[in-house]
Design a protein around this ligand. Structure first.
Ligand code: C5P
Length: 225
């Protein structure tokens, strides 16, 4: 089987406060999406990377001039729909049922090739697949709309799910089609089929740039790489 990467980059990034889709915000001299794709390009085992854009994206060509990889303007209203559109495109371009697809958020621009290699090493002989994740170090609280604690959640068996998340193309396509737009990651869709994805421990530096203050932290990390 081959390994493909699929990068959903069709979000609007409302929480970032950037006034443009966050994947195009410049960090350390180039757009966030360019950092993400550069890291994936350093993983020799990946046969191809497919970037999923919104059908009305007007920034990609200017942000990544001359980009030679695969691009599909099939983004949807939710992340799950964007990934499903990308999976259909990968199948059209020849990905088989048992080829692996590593779905990676455009907004995790701190990605390092060695983390991708670790995921592939840990999962390529697994019956289900798996994801990069980080055990929760903080005490976890549930809160209400008024900003008050409603409960303390046992953190002992909790992990923060990251990406890439790696599953066979056929399986993840079936799983997302069943769970639909409700899935915020691929693993949850696979879990809904009764399967248990493998957790592959990784670094907190693989965080998703989401809130306004995240851009400064990402800049510092990228400038000192
Ligand atoms: O919104 P969230 O931070 O969960 O988005 C994670 C990734 O999914 C981002 O890279 C974003 O561009 C992508 N996304 C997408 N299509 C959507 C929503 C999010 O490709 N409709």
């Amino acid at each position: 089987p081959r390994f493909f990467a699929l990068v959903p980059a069709a979000g609007v990034g409302e929480r970032s406060g950037a006034g443009m889709p966050k994947q195009y915000v410049e960090i350390a001299g180039r757009p966030m999406l360019a950092h993400t794709l550069a890291a994936l390009a350093e993983v020799p085992r990946l046969a191809q990377t497919l970037v999923v854009l919104s059908p009305d994206d007007e920034r990609f060509e200017a942000a990544l001039p001359g980009y030679a990889g695969w691009v599909a303007r099939v983004g949807g209203a939710s992340r799950a729909e964007s990934v499903l559109g990308g999976l259909a495109e990968l199948r059209r371009r020849g990905a088989a049922d048992d080829d692996w697809v590593l779905v990676h958020d455009a907004a995790r621009c701190l990605l390092r090739p060695e983390w991708v290699d670790a995921l592939i090493d840990a999962c390529q002989h697994d019956a289900v697949g798996g994801l990069l994740a980080q055990p929760i170090a903080d005490t976890l609280k549930a809160g209400d709309a008024g900003g008050r604690v409603t409960a303390t959640v046992d953190r002992r068996d909790k992990w923060a799910a990251q990406t890439p998340q790696m599953f066979r193309a056929g399986l993840v396509q079936r799983a997302l089609a069943v769970l639909g737009a409700a899935a915020t990651d691929e693993a949850s869709a696979v879990e809904a089929l009764g399967l248990a994805p493998r957790l592959v421990r990784t670094s907190m530096a693989n965080f998703k740039v989401t809130w306004p203050e995240d851009f400064e932290l990402a800049r510092r990390l990228l400038e000192h790489k």
